[in-house]
Design a binder for this molecule. Structure first.
Ligand SMILES: [Fe+2]
Ligand SMILES: [Fe+2]
Length: 138
């Protein structure tokens, strides 16, 4: 059951520093959980929620600044995952809710993270690099 996000340069490094730093921080928070402790899962889910708000905001600011063409789809995906995380945290007071949060944390979040990076975030970072944006600045 111990499913960590294994850092993989091929998947997780986009060669765009501001985004790479945010993604490394996400992995670090995710992996610092004690999966056998419900309190730890709730705490890390909250930390990931707060961190993801900042992470997504930074990406969205770059999208707006440089007129990224698929901003709508990318933003929708961010909004969706924040809503899911918030939903499972909010409902984590009952035993059933705790089980659901744990399942979401273990089964869903790592796959979402990997898929989002290899699809939407890698597309955004190559777009920004084509615009000659270096680490958020032209
Ligand atoms: Fe990202
Ligand atoms: Fe993103």
């Amino acid at each position: 059951m111990d499913k960590k996000i294994i850092f993989d340069e091929q998947k997780h490094i986009l060669n765009f520093e501001t985004m790479d730093t945010l993604h490394q921080e996400f992995i670090d928070i995710y992996n610092s959980v004690d999966i056998n402790s419900v309190e730890s899962i709730v705490q890390k889910a909250n930390e990931l929620l707060e961190h993801s708000k900042r992470h997504f905001k930074e990406e969205e600011t770059l999208m707006e600044q440089y007129n990224y063409p698929t901003i709508r789809e990318h933003k929708d995906e961010h909004t969706k995952v924040l809503a899911e995380l918030e939903y499972f945290i909010r409902n984590s007071h009952s035993m059933f809710g705790k089980k659901m949060l744990k399942a979401y944390y273990i089964e869903k979040l790592p796959d979402w993270f990997d898929l989002h990076l290899i699809s939407m975030d890698s597309d955004l970072s190559s777009f920004l690099k084509k615009q000659k944006v270096i680490n958020g600045y032209i």
